[in-house]
Write a protein that binds this ligand. Structure first.
Ligand code: ADP
Ligand code: MG
Length: 750
């Protein structure tokens, strides 16, 4: 896991930018419900008036209000107002906007008064505005909002005792300041108790009425406010879209970059794997690891940047905002989140094992499908279609059953989640509606609270989704890691030696034993022989006797378990693999051609080979006629794995490829098996002539192929049971003799 994390490091800068953008995005998204609540509360309900601080007010009204304001506060508030009278220089212009000026002086609020100051003035004025209005209404017997008798009772005054022509307000005005303030707060409390509306809303109601008296277009104020808030919302949304795009861009770039780096490291690692490592990881699994598993990491990285980082930012922000909107409904969110968590944990416990199973079954069906497709000819030849279909069907059914189960589970999850979330919404509306009707909350705030609640729930869901996806990514990371930490068993020495010049090609095996990794028994034991430059050494023996194993040791596809192999007196483990393999032309038992042309395949051995060399190699390999018969000659296309040439042609091209290398050592592992006797004998003759100076290793089942070799080694069960020339072995080696007699008779029959 740590090793995979290392790949994140190089992208840390971009990830930090992404986190910054996520913060911005969260802030923008969290501000939207606030704007919406503003539109509802201030735009619609308060007629677009934000503060209970009038922008314009009649002088007489202001004086009435100031009855309930301490003198020092009066001075403070007035510092931001100016009195407009007939004598003011801009009297004429102002009369257009404030028609009342024709009859009365008005106070105008200075422009650009800070929010904070407005809030402070509002605190000073609210009670006074409400109280003064109550008394004005009593005086004019126009009390819609208040019950006059109640006020008389509260003040302990009998209205009939008032001298005629004096109103209650006149009496109140003469009281000492402390008493006036007490009356004011008592009346304010009365309003709070009735709870029809919030006190501030009452005050704003009064301000609005005042505007109408002055002649200000209140509809316009409202419209402007809503338009302004709407435009702000649009702007915020646009900005947040930009953030989303930015984060998406960085997330894709980062995750794709990480995937690219992992893939290339994997590929580089696998390139250096020796055969042992390929035996440990199957080719198929290496492919899945460098494609599927890497994609998995890529997806999860993307989601981590987009969601895992975002969820807590959004969640915490939404909690803070929600608490600011309402302090007594948070438990609803808590209950919803808890219910969802329980739901998800249950699903998690049931589904995760199935997810793992799903992965396994997918692997299995892949394997069956691959085997079937690549072995389709064999399957047909043996009439096994029905059997294979059944085999596939079983796997397919298993996979279908499990994926159906998982999908059903996830489908059930959805309505339950919706139930919980909608339940939460309804509860918020239920409780919120009561609070609104009690005047404890505004409608817009309740709506905003609902949205915040939703955001909190969603951020929790995002986090939990991650916990479902993360384990899969961890598995993938582990599988990738396994490959990355595997050190190739065959490594170059730290201080490699060089072969002495000129290179001879003398190969000495002394007491070589080799055991395949994981195998109990040695595949070959005590192999000792010397191949001198220019000599041909042949290996013969039944299948599985260790012939291929021995020749694979020469290019160090595997390292010997015991003993040594020396070339020109130097242990092959002391030179670099490159230097060693540079000297060897190898034709493996299982020939492989690559997609491309005949030429590109031949040049695999030596990019700079002349055309002459290519033709010569083809000639020795007896492939020249076949290549020349093709209309495109050397440019004839070769399909993947050489599928469009016959087995014998493939072998000949593989032999030619090795010959292009003009190596001092050649290894032919059963490379003539697909050739007919005549072609083979011509090929051998040409080989002998052209590769006279090279050391040649021949593996074959045919006596005729190896008869003329300088040294023949007879193997059985990994042990040398005979060593010598054909003639010597005919004398001394029982097994050789029996192979020889059976085959030579056959050959003579032809
Ligand atoms: P030959 O080429 O003579 O037919 P091999 O050298 O291919 O025989 O195999 C010798 C023995 O080593 C056989 O018993 C075979 O099962 C075993 N063997 C071959 N390749 C591997 C491998 N990659 N892993 C484990 N055992 C192997
Ligand atoms: Mg073999």
């Amino acid at each position: 896991m740590m090793r995979v994390l290392k790949y994140v490091k190089t992208h840390i800068f971009f990830i930090l930018i992404a986190i910054g953008l996520l913060f911005a995005q969260a802030n923008l998204e969290l501000s939207l419900p606030d704007y919406m609540s503003d539109i509802v509360d201030k735009g619609i309900q308060q007629g677009g008036i934000e503060y209970a601080v009038p922008i314009a007010i009649r002088q007489s009204k202001m004086e009435n209000i100031f009855v309930f304001v301490a003198p020092e506060n009066q001075t403070k508030v007035l510092s931001d107002y100016r009195l407009v009278t007939e004598n003011s220089s801009d009297y004429q212009e102002l009369t257009d906007s404030y028609p009342i000026l024709q009859n009365e002086s008005i106070y105008l609020l200075n422009e650009n008064v800070k929010k904070k100051t407005l809030e402070e003035y509002e605190g000073i004025l609210i009670n006074a505005i409400v109280t003064s209005t109550v008394f004005e209404q009593i005086a004019t017997n126009n009390s819609q909002v208040v019950n006059a008798t109640e006020i008389y009772e509260m003040l302990g005054i009998d209205p009939s005792t008032l001298p005629p022509g004096t109103s209650l307000f006149d009496v109140v005005k003469t009281l000492p300041l402390e008493q006036r303030l007490l009356i004011s707060s008592a009346i304010a409390n009365k309003f709070k108790e009735t709870g029809e509306m919030m006190l501030k809303q009452v005050a704003i109601f009064v301000v609005r009425a005042e505007y109408e008296i002055i002649g200000i277009d209140t509809d316009k104020i409202q419209l402007m406010y809503i338009l302004k808030a709407g435009a702000l919302m649009l702007g915020v949304t646009l900005l947040s879209v930009l953030c989303v795009i930015g984060v998406g861009y960085i997330a894709s770039k980062t995750s794709a970059g990480i995937a690219r780096n992992i893939r290339s490291d994997l590929f580089e690692k696998v390139e250096n794997f020796s055969r042992s490592e390929f035996d440990t990881f199957s080719t198929a699994s290496l492919i899945t690891r460098s494609t599927n598993d890497v994609t998995q990491i890529q997806t999860v990285t993307f989601m981590i940047i987009r969601m895992v980082f975002y969820a807590p930012i959004l969640g915490v922000g939404a909690i803070i905002h929600a608490l600011a909107k309402s302090k007594n409904m948070w438990w609803l969110i808590g209950v919803a989140v808890a219910l969802l968590m329980i739901l998800i944990i249950i699903i998690f416990l049931v589904a995760v094992p199935k997810f793992k199973l799903l992965q396994k079954l997918t692997d299995r069906i892949n394997r069956v499908a691959r085997e079937n497709l690549s072995g389709i000819l064999v399957i047909r030849a043996f009439n096994r279609e029905k059997y294979e279909e059944k085999r596939f069907d079983v796997e397919n059914r298993d996979l279908t059953a499990v994926s159906l189960f998982v999908n059903r589970l996830l489908v059930i999850l959805m309505p339950f989640m919706m139930l919980v979330m909608n339940g939460m919404m309804i509860s918020i509306i239920w409780i919120g509606a009561h609070q609104v009707s009690d005047g404890a909350m505004q409608v817009g705030d309740m709506m905003a609270f609902m949205q915040y609640a939703m955001q909190i729930v969603i951020s929790f869901l995002m986090l939990t989704m991650m916990f479902i996806i993360l384990p899969r990514a961890v598995v993938s990371a582990k599988r990738i890691n396994e490959v990355l930490i595997t050190e190739p068993r065959i490594e170059d020495p730290e201080q490699p030696k060089k072969f002495p010049e000129p290179f001879q090609g003398k190969v000495e095996f002394s007491n070589v034993c080799f055991r395949y990794p994981g195998a109990k028994k040695c595949a070959v034991e005590n192999v000792t022989f010397t191949a001198n430059p220019g000599e041909t050494v042949a290996f013969i023996g039944p299948t599985g006797s260790g012939k291929s194993t021995i020749v694979n040791l020469i290019p160090r596809f595997y390292d010997v378990t015991e003993g040594t192999i020396k070339i020109d007196g130097i242990d092959i483990r002391e030179v670099t693999q490159h230097d060693l393999r540079d000297k060897i032309g190898f034709v493996p038992q299982k020939t492989t051609l690559f997609s491309g042309t005949i030429e590109s395949n031949l040049r695999f051995a030596d990019e700079n080979a002349t055309e002459e060399t290519l033709y010569e190699a083809l000639e020795i390999a007896q492939a020249i006629d076949f290549v020349k018969s093709k209309p495109k000659g050397l440019k004839t296309e070769i399909a993947q794995k050489g599928a469009n040439v016959s087995g014998g042609q493939k072998q000949r091209l593989a032999i030619a490829r090795a010959l292009v290398k003009r190596a001092p050592i050649y290894i032919f592992d059963d490379s003539f098996s697909a050739l007919d006797f005549k072609t083979e004998s011509r090929l051998r003759k040409a080989l002998r002539e052209k590769t006279g100076k090279s050391t040649v290793f021949l593996v074959s089942q045919r006596i005729s192929t190896i008869k003329n070799s300088d040294l023949i080694i007879v193997l059985d069960g990994g042990k040398i049971i005979g060593k010598g020339t054909h003639e010597e072995l005919m004398e001394t080696c029982e097994m050789y003799r029996s192979i020889a007699t059976s085959q030579l008779e056959l050959e003579e029959l032809k």
